[in-house]
Design a protein around this ligand. Structure first.
Ligand SMILES: [Zn+2]
Length: 321
């Protein structure tokens, strides 16, 4: 199970959800053990921000890394897509403080990464094996939590409960968490919000690039505003898992454990990532040499090297803004 990067540079242009501006983005190959690094190319001199739990400084509406003077926001969907194809190392140059929103899911990112191809860097990838439970609870609302428990295989159980919104309602999903299951089951799930939230964000100058092309919008009175409907009946909880994968990808390694989350969000996902990066007694960092007989975990974490290996992958059209 070796580390990967992209085989060639990818270029993309897309609209930013909050600014509404066209954003230029390049994803470049990077060396083993360098991780995922974002570069703000519009700042002089350019500012590099390494994707790691300690870099998170805000989680309102999206995951934001860096500092108030130099940050990149809404990194989670691309981070999740990088996880899906097992890409550990890349240099992501962006000329804005936020990532393009594409269609609100991870599918356009997966297609772009797949077009570039993945390259095996010949250096083993580390994994984090959970030895003891680690839990994070919202101090203001003990009903919101995320925890991870020891498990023979990576799994996730996620539940949401939108009491004030009958269309979203309560949804729960448990699944094995692999690159393959991410691409098949989760990658197409879009970000969602309520019509009231859109109004509130617009009044504060946010969501200027938001539209029904890049988000599911649910109105309390009129129901689902997207005329084409949902991509899955439980698209809401699937997107929450997508976000969670993107946030835990800040760790830079896959995690072998069972994640159990209830009404969580970027704040709790990234707090768990921080806890797992420190919790040395609860977490064992391991690498499996490719020369020895494959360890069962290596098979479990066998990331697809191309979307062609995933027959059920739905190629939804790439929205370029
Ligand atoms: Zn999201």
């Amino acid at each position: 199970m070796n580390q990967r990067t992209v085989a060639r540079t990818i270029r993309h242009r897309g609209i930013g959800l909050h600014s509404g501006h066209q954003i230029r983005l390049e994803i470049h190959p990077a060396a083993a053990n360098s991780g995922i690094c974002f570069v703000r190319t519009d700042l002089k001199p350019n500012v590099e921000i390494k994707a790691q739990p300690q870099a998170v400084f805000d989680t309102a509406l999206a995951t934001r890394i860096g500092s108030p003077e130099a940050y990149v926001s809404t990194i989670e969907h691309l981070m999740a897509a990088l996880f899906g194809l097992g890409i550990d190392n890349a240099r992501i140059c962006v000329n804005a403080p936020e990532m393009p929103i594409v269609d609100g899911s991870a599918v356009p990112w997966l297609i772009l990464l797949d077009e570039a191809g993945v390259e095996d860097l010949g250096i083993p990838r580390a994994v984090r094996v959970i030895k003891k439970p680690v839990e994070v609870v919202d101090p203001r609302d003990p009903n919101r939590f995320i925890r991870i428990e020891p498990s023979k295989q990576p799994r996730i159980t996620y539940s949401i409960d939108f009491k004030n919104n009958a269309l979203i309602g309560s949804q729960s999903l448990t699944l094995s968490l692999t690159g393959r299951s991410f691409c098949e089951t989760l990658s197409h799930a879009r970000t969602f919000c309520t019509a009231e939230e859109v109004e509130f964000m617009r009044s504060r100058g946010l969501a200027q690039g938001g539209s029904l092309e890049n988000a599911i919008v649910v109105s309390r009175t009129e129901g689902l505003l997207n005329s084409a409907g949902l991509r899955a009946p439980d698209e809401f909880v699937r997107h929450k898992i997508l976000d969670c994968i993107g946030d835990l990808a800040l760790l830079g390694t896959p995690v072998i454990g069972h994640i159990i989350a209830h009404r969580a969000g970027h704040d709790l996902h990234t707090a768990l990532a921080k806890a797992l990066s420190d919790a040395s007694e609860a977490v064992e960092l391991r690498t499996f040499s490719a020369r020895r007989a494959p360890h069962p975990l290596v098979r479990l974490l066998d990331f697809p090297s191309s979307l062609a290996e995933i027959p059920d992958f739905s190629r939804l059209s790439l929205v370029s803004g």
